[in-house]
Design a protein around this ligand. Structure first.
Ligand code: NAD
Length: 324
């Protein structure tokens, strides 16, 4: 089997590649993996260093908006797993253009190349943020929830999701979509809350908590996220959408308290800052479909995953400079 992984030098993509090359996913065991990645600020070739000696791994530096290159790398691929994206909400608020280019145009460029190459399966990795924002008492979203994205990031991902489904309905391209919740773990560029706060605290700097700190996110360990993606790659129904949730809902304030405790510092290290524009209040997903159809369940207890993540950043402090 030949797998093309886009964004495989980023946080979640590199985890998927490391696990695949180590034959952690039985259905993908022995596969040859080609990674295509532009190596933006968020991507590091070193994220693949633990498996860089494997003859099963090939790395191509390139942009998913480059049609001729995508046609070339797609040739002979049985499976495409598409992680590449501009992924940080705050950056999309200060400038949305790159989000539309990579997330929408890039996805369409890949779909076109996949159709031409006749790939057997195209897994598009998306996010719970396409569903919008939930009230405190609201029922977790199923895959039938209408798309109601709020940030430019979420809007670009929702646009990509619609394009992926359009290629299925129009051309019969065998696509699947995954929608993951907020993901944490090692190898993540320190701009999102967990790696940013940990990096700041390790450097003795304060952490900026948005608004009242009551926004709720559902946390998912990167190993569970990638296992969900692998299950969908193996057994997802063509045209199917699968929520991949982690099940641990926490306010940002609760999360911050846990990080302070793990780092052994007090509340004086928290600086309350003006809220993010259009800040979604809560995300929460129903994972009944992927659980019933593919046997998915999150396996990493949040306390263990968070402690291990903090340890990883402690051991790799300064990797990206002292925080973003
Ligand atoms: P990331 O920002 O860590 O990595 C993105 C990778 O894509 C980087 O290696 C970057 O170099 C590469 N890239 C960016 N633009 C590119 C382009 N034009 N061509 C080729 N490569 C390009 O992101 P992540 O957190 O690993 O997210 C991966 C995917 O998962 C994204 O599609 C994101 O929307 C989705 N997702 C992320 C989360 C989360 O909490 N991080 C949750 C749900 C879904």
């Amino acid at each position: 089997m030949r797998i093309l992984v886009t964004g495989g030098a980023g946080f979640i993509g590199s985890n998927f590649v490391r696990q695949t090359v180590r034959n952690e996913y039985p259905a993908l065991a022995g596969a040859e993996v080609t990674v295509v990645d532009k190596l933006t600020y968020a991507g590091r070739r070193e994220n693949l260093e633990p498996v860089s000696g494997s003859p099963a791994l090939r790395f191509v530096e390139g942009d998913i908006c480059d049609g001729p290159l995508m046609r070339e790398v797609m040739r002979g691929a049985d499976l495409v797993v598409h992680f590449a994206a501009e992924s940080h909400v705050d950056r999309s608020i200060s400038g949305a253009e790159e989000f539309v280019r990579t997330n929408v145009l890039g996805t369409q460029t890949l779909l076109t190349a996949a159709l031409e190459a006749g790939v057997g399966r195209f897994v598009h990795v998306s996010t719970d943020e396409v569903y919008g924002s939930l009230d405190a008492g609201g029922t977790p979203w199923t895959e039938e929830e209408p798309l109601a994205p709020n940030s430019p990031y979420a809007a670009s991902k929702a646009s990509a999701d619609l394009m992926v489904l359009a290629f299925h309905r129009t051309h019969g391209l065998p696509v699947c979509l995954t929608r993951g919740s907020n993901t944490y773990g090692p190898y993540q560029y320190p701009e999102k809350i967990i790696p940013l706060f940990v990096s700041n605290l390790l450097a003795g700097r304060k952490v900026p908590l948005y608004g009242d700190g009551a926004n709720v996110r559902e946390w998912l360990h990167v190993d569970d996220h990638c296992r969900g993606v692998a299950l969908v790659a193996e057994g997802g129904e063509p045209g199917g959408i699968y929520n991949v949730g982690g099940g641990t809902e926490l306010t940002n304030r609760e999360l911050t308290e846990r990080l302070l405790e793990l780092l052994g510092v007090d509340r004086s290290m928290v600086e309350q800052v003006a809220d993010r524009k259009g800040h979604d209040r809560r995300y929460a997903m129903d994972i009944s479909r992927i659980s019933a159809a593919l046997g998915y369940k999150p396996t990493v207890p949040f306390e263990d995953g968070l402690a291990a993540t903090v340890d990883w950043y402690r051991q790799h402090h300064g990797l990206w400079g002292a925080g973003a």
